[in-house]
Design a protein around this ligand. Structure first.
Ligand code: TMP
Length: 213
């Protein structure tokens, strides 16, 4: 840890049913086993205020929510999390593992709901003090396959399959633009193989950041 200047920020992204949450938990277990100081959060959520906003966002009864209200609520939840937990964790040189972050807003709102990209990027910078992940693992999978994997009943999950296809397309577009930061993993692979790929990617990052493993 001696050579580490600030914390490390790792995000997990993908459509629902991609298995990203299981993999994020797997990474957190590995960090615990190796006594590496870390913080595990989910978005929207992980603070009292952000969890309350999450409930509003995901409640299927809120059918009339308009896309601008939706994006502002996601950003509000993110802002609270950033100032309450993420910035202090980076300052304390912790490894942050976040189940979703700003790339979700790009894929689900900007791209899939066709909102103005530059404006939302500015709002996002305002909400988050401009913090950016050091590494993003994108769990890519065919939407029809992913939807066979569970029960999908919250407000976002209830959107049509075409919407979720657009979300996937948005993620892939973003990954193409940010090749150095975003690693695409084939989420159709078995859990154990994916876990190894996740850990290898994270090990490389940690070594680059000055950690001794
Ligand atoms: P989760 O169920 O994977 O925790 O994610 C919550 C839902 O919120 C999921 O459908 C993706 C969606 N979401 C957005 O639409 N925009 C965002 O910025 C974030 C963080 C999540």
């Amino acid at each position: 840890m001696a050579g580490v200047r600030r914390g490390v920020f790792i995000t997990f992204e993908g459509v629902e049913g991609s298995g990203k949450t299981t993999q994020a938990q797997g990474l957190v277990d590995w960090l615990s086993e190796h006594n590496l100081p870390h913080l595990f959060v989910r978005e929207p959520g992980s603070t009292a205020v952000s969890e309350m906003i999450r409930e509003i966002l995901l409640n299927p009864e809120n059918k009339t929510m308009n896309p601008k209200c939706e994006v502002l609520l996601f950003l509000a939840a993110r802002s609270q999390l950033t100032y309450e937990k993420l910035l202090p964790a980076l300052h304390k040189k912790q490894i942050i593992v976040s189940d979703r972050f700003a790339d979700s807003t790009y894929a689900y709102q900007t791209y899939a709901r066709d909102l103005p990209q530059r404006l939302i990027a500015i709002f996002n910078r305002f909400a988050t003090a401009g913090i950016k992940p050091d590494l993003t693992l994108l769990f890519d999978i065919d939407v029809t396959e992913a939807r066979k994997r569970g029960i999908f009943d919250d407000r976002m999950e209830c959107e049509e399959e075409d919407y979720h296809r657009k979300v996937r397309e948005g993620y892939l577009k973003l990954a193409h633009r940010a090749k150095k930061r975003v690693k695409i993993l084939d989420a159709a692979k078995p859990v154990e193989i994916l876990k190894r790929e996740v850990i290898n990617n994270v090990k490389n990052l940690l070594v680059r950041k000055g950690y001794t493993l």
